[in-house]
Write a protein that binds this ligand. Sequence first.
Ligand code: ATP
Ligand code: MG
Length: 236
Amino acid sequence: MTTPIIEIENMTKTYQLGGDVVHVLSNVSLRIEKGDFLAIVGPSGSGKSTFMNMLGCLDRPDSGSYFLDGREIARLNDNELAVIRNEKIGFIFQNFYLLPRLTALENVELPLLYRGVKTKERQKKAYECLEQVGLLERAHHLPSQLSGGQQQRVAIARALVGNPPILLADEPTGALDSKTSQEIINIMKGLNEQGHTIIIITHDWEVAKQAKRIVRIQDGHLFESRGDLVGISSVD
Ligand SMILES: Nc1ncnc2c1ncn2[C@@H]1O[C@H](COP(=O)(O)OP(=O)(O)OP(=O)(O)O)[C@@H](O)[C@H]1O
Ligand SMILES: [Mg+2]
C-alpha cells in the first residue's frame, strides 16, 4: 500500500466560547491518497473551515495525529510548519485574497518571493501558471480590472506557482455564478488529472458531485458518502 499524502487519526478540536466548550471536531479520522479529489460538505457552522485550517496546518488540533506526506505535524515547531505548508499546500479562498495594488503577475509571484526565488525565475514561473489557467493576456491587470472568475484564476495560479502537491480550496466558487463556477472546477479537474491532490470545501452540490470522494462533516464527525450511490442531492 502506498503512503497516503494525508493521514489523520482521532483528531479533536474544541473552541472555548464564553464559559462553553464547543466540540467542533470529535475524533475525526481521514486518509487521502495522492491524486485524490475530495469534496468536503456539511451545514454552515459544522466545522468545514476549522477542518481545512487543520489540513492546511494553519491551526493545531487539541489531540490526534496528522501525517502530511509522511511527516508528523505535531512534532514540528511553527517555523518548520510554515516551511512544510509553503512546500506542500496551495490555498484558494472564496474571496480570492489578491493584493489590490499588485498586478495579476505580481500576485502570482508572491509565494516565490517569500521563498527567495530571483526575479527572472519568479516571473517565468508566474507567466507559466497564468498560462495554465488561461489568463496570460491579463497578466498586467490589477485585480480590480478583472472579473470574479478571472480573479479566482489568478488565485489558482498563485496557489500553483510553488508546485505544491496539494491544493486546498475553501468555497472556491462561493462568490461566482454557476457558469464561472464550472470553469473554475474544470481547471481544478485538469490539475487533478496532472497529479495534484485536491480538497474542496463547498456548499454547492453541483461542485461536490464532480469530486472523486465526498466527505460530510456533521455534529463533529466525518461521514464518507458516494452521493451518486446513496441518492444524496444536497450538501446541507
Ligand atoms: N475562533 C473561534 N472561537 C470560537 N468558536 C469558533 C471559532 N472559529 C469557529 N468557531 C465555531 O466553530 C464552529 C465551526 O466553524 P467553521 O467556521 O469551521 O464552520 P463552517 O462549516 O466552515 O461554516 P460555513 O459553512 O458557514 O463557512 C462554529 O460553531 C463556529 O462558531
Ligand atoms: Mg467555512
